[in-house]
Design a protein around this ligand. Structure first.
Ligand code: GCB
Length: 676
């Protein structure tokens, strides 16, 4: 979430969305006076909280309504005459642009007490004491208590935890600084794009704030057209990964809280009016009709735009409206994308002022009864869960090489599907999945027990979902958006998730929506019966379910006497099952932590899964061992969750081959639809 005036409005009792800044505005703190009006029990505050314009009313009366209108009328001119927006809507497909990467060594200051931002009264520091000023002493007597140049460096992209021993468990702020020169041609605009920074980031250029982004796994852009200088720019970020009860995710997870600028940073140059976003996809339910839209950004919003797919000899010319948007639909006879044939087409979108190309695959994905249909034919999702951890080194994954190795292992298992748990993974992985023909489940970190009643937590989750969809909505591989993982049923939670499900469906009607649910169990005679009956399943296209028979509950053999029922006529994906094994530790099938235990567990699980009539996919937990602060057992876990089929060093455990065998059998049993 990029906060911007009007986009995030806090209040004490009632919330009023004061205006929607599609084209966001920057407000100088000094330009908007603090305004406080008190009237008996009624209270109105208009103030700038960091970057947010915050309007607060309590117990609004007719008089207060009048005051609200007056206040808005007073503030609007201040808002309206602001110049160039610095905080920008996301630019689609920056790879196709003129870019300069800012990756490499950045100067950093570790700041556990946030002294670079707050003074000893916890007030925002003004002046040169703020680290984003990058101030140097001007005389021998001047007191300056920070120095980027001598405080050490970290790699970007990269989590800080695995780059320095002292930062392994660190949660707090780190300041990053990078200098650059940029000769921006006139009539061009310049943005700085961040693939992700966990969990929140404040961005400054040449001593001025550009924006504040919340959410550790989604990209954001800041416009710097009017601020960039030919020489001597300094870009500074404060990145903070402190966990918080009201955040998404909340304080409790089972993965490492990797902090830092974890994905690439890129300067992106575009024309004054440019193609900001587009959707070129098959219409829901169709394999022959392309439906989409184009969105321009800039002053010259009404233009002719041509959408072309040269290889298919398709071309459509459109006229954008006053908002810079054009919608289209046309018939197309295309080779459809599938795991067996991951066909991608060059798609070109050319306006009068800009031209961008992408590689896009076309396929349909639907649900009919308990079936999932890919291009109109039933498909079983042979999957594996993946955390965004590097396959061959410590820390977060982010590169194309990482993606190739992780998805390569998935392919070796026989997968046609991966669940990217538990947050949006990097764009390189999605693009690699497109190329390799692996269907993807993308997820937002609505994990376990977050603050269901908190409206700002909901807005935060909605923003992260929206940012993921905005980035990925042209990827053929992506078939399912998942809105939650293992969330306990309550009215508040149901309302929260229903909102996210509705958001996902309306932002992108072409994909399926799911969530990893939990179930209810009864004992019937000598058998266990597991009931899929979470009310939220009513709203989902595909039901996900996590179960740990043989690990957290009972013994692996109990899977043999477990039956499954569902209240819903919908497909089920078993989105998690598994158990831990330390690679190289051997023993009997009943000895915890051994490869044999895990192998036996998979064998019994698979026998059970084969008996579930409405099962249409499996994604066991998990491809590779991953770091987790919850996993403390010395000599075994050592802060790793060991449920991987591959160890943290890339060694395959016995269970890997059990799953591989299951997937081979499934593939062999499939009626070949097209050549493999
Ligand atoms: C789960 C969670 C996953 C955990 C896993 C485990 O149910 O969804 O995030 O890592 O169990 O290993 O306990």
């Amino acid at each position: 979430m990029l906060t911007r005036p009007g986009a995030s409005v806090g209040c004490k009792a009632r919330i009023h969305r004061v205006f929607c800044a599609w084209r966001p505005l920057r407000i100088e703190l000094s330009r908007l006076p603090r305004l406080k009006i008190l009237q008996r029990s009624h209270e109105l505050h208009v103030r700038l909280n960091s970057r947010n314009l915050v309007f607060c009313w309590t117990n609004e009366s007719p008089m207060m309504k009048l005051l609200r209108c007056l206040t808005l009328a007073m503030c609007m001119p201040l808002l309206a005459d602001q110049g160039q927006a610095q905080i920008a809507p996301l630019i689609q497909n920056i790879n196709a642009r003129q870019t300069t990467d800012l990756d490499g060594r950045w100067q950093t200051i570790v700041d556990p007490y946030d002294v670079g931002a707050l003074d000893y009264r916890a007030q925002q520091i003004k002046g040169n004491g703020a680290f984003f000023m990058n101030h140097k002493p001007q005389s021998e007597s001047e007191l300056v208590e920070y120095d980027f140049d001598t405080s050490g460096q970290l790699n970007v992209p990269g989590d800080w935890n695995t780059q320095r021993d002292s930062l392994l468990f660190y949660e707090g702020s780190v300041w990053y600084k990078r200098s650059f020169d940029y000769a921006k041609p006139s009539k061009k605009r310049l943005f700085v794009h961040f693939g992700a920074a966990n969990y929140q980031a404040w961005v400054y250029l040449n001593g001025e704030e550009l924006g504040h982004h919340v959410g550790g796994f989604t990209p954001f852009d800041c416009e710097i057209t009017d601020r960039v200088k030919p020489q001597g720019n300094f870009l500074i970020l404060r990145v903070n990964n402190t966990r918080g009860l009201d955040q998404v995710p909340t304080v409790n997870t089972d993965w490492w809280n990797y902090g830092g600028i974890t994905r690439p940073v890129t300067l992106v140059e575009v024309p004054e009016t440019f193609v900001q976003d587009y959707s070129v996809q098959l219409e829901r339910g169709s394999t022959h009709k392309i439906k989409g839209w184009v969105q321009l950004n800039g002053a010259q919003r009404q233009q002719k735009v041509t959408v072309r797919i040269p290889e298919a000899r398709l071309s459509q010319t459109l006229q954008t409206d006053a908002k810079g948007r054009a919608e289209f639909s046309f018939d197309a006879d295309l080779t459809l994308w599938s795991p067996e044939n991951p066909k991608l087409y060059d798609v070109e979108i050319a306006s009068e002022t800009d031209r961008v190309t992408d590689r896009i695959g076309f396929r349909s994905i639907e649900v009919r009864g308990t079936d999932i249909l890919l291009n109109g034919k039933p498909v079983f999702l042979r999957g594996i869960d993946i955390h965004e951890e590097a396959p061959t080194r410590a820390g977060r994954a982010w590169s194309e090489d990482d993606a190739r190795t992780l998805l390569g292992w998935a392919k070796e298992l026989g997968c046609n599907f991966v669940r990217l748990a538990h947050y949006p993974h990097n764009e390189a992985l999605l693009r690699m999945a497109d190329q390799m023909g692996i269907m993807v489940w993308g997820e937002v970190p609505v994990y376990w027990t977050i603050q269901w009643e908190n409206p700002s937590t909901l807005r935060n989750a909605e923003n992260q979902l929206n940012e993921m969809i905005t980035r990925d909505h042209n990827r053929a591989a992506l078939i399912i958006y998942s809105v939650a993982n293992e969330t306990p049923i309550s009215d508040a939670r149901n309302r929260f998730l229903r909102q996210l499900i509705q958001d996902a469906h309306s932002a992108d009607p072409t994909r399926l929506v799911s969530a990893a649910l939990q179930n209810e169990e009864t004992v019937e005679g000598s058998r266990f019966v597991i009931h899929i009956n979470d009310p939220i399943a009513n709203d989902l296209d595909v039901m996900g379910n996590n179960e740990y028979i043989g690990w957290y509950v009972r013994r692996p053999e109990d899977a043999d006497v477990t039956d499954w029922t569902s209240k819903y006529n919908k497909p089920l994906v078993m989105s998690e099952f598994g158990g831990d094994a330390l690679f190289g530790l051997h023993g009997t099938a009943s000895t915890r932590w051994t490869e044999e235990y895990q192998e036996n567990l998979y064998q019994h699980q698979i026998a059970m899964l084969k008996r579930i009539s409405f099962l249409r996919g499996t994604s066991p937990w998990i491809l590779k061992d991953f770091r987790s602060p919850r996993r403390t057992l010395p000599g075994i876990q050592d802060y790793f969750n060991r449920k991987g089929l591959v160890s943290d060093r890339g060694e395959k455990k016995k269970a890997f081959f059990v799953l591989q065998g299951f997937y081979r059998d499934l593939r062999n049993a499939e009626v070949p639809a097209s050549p493999r």
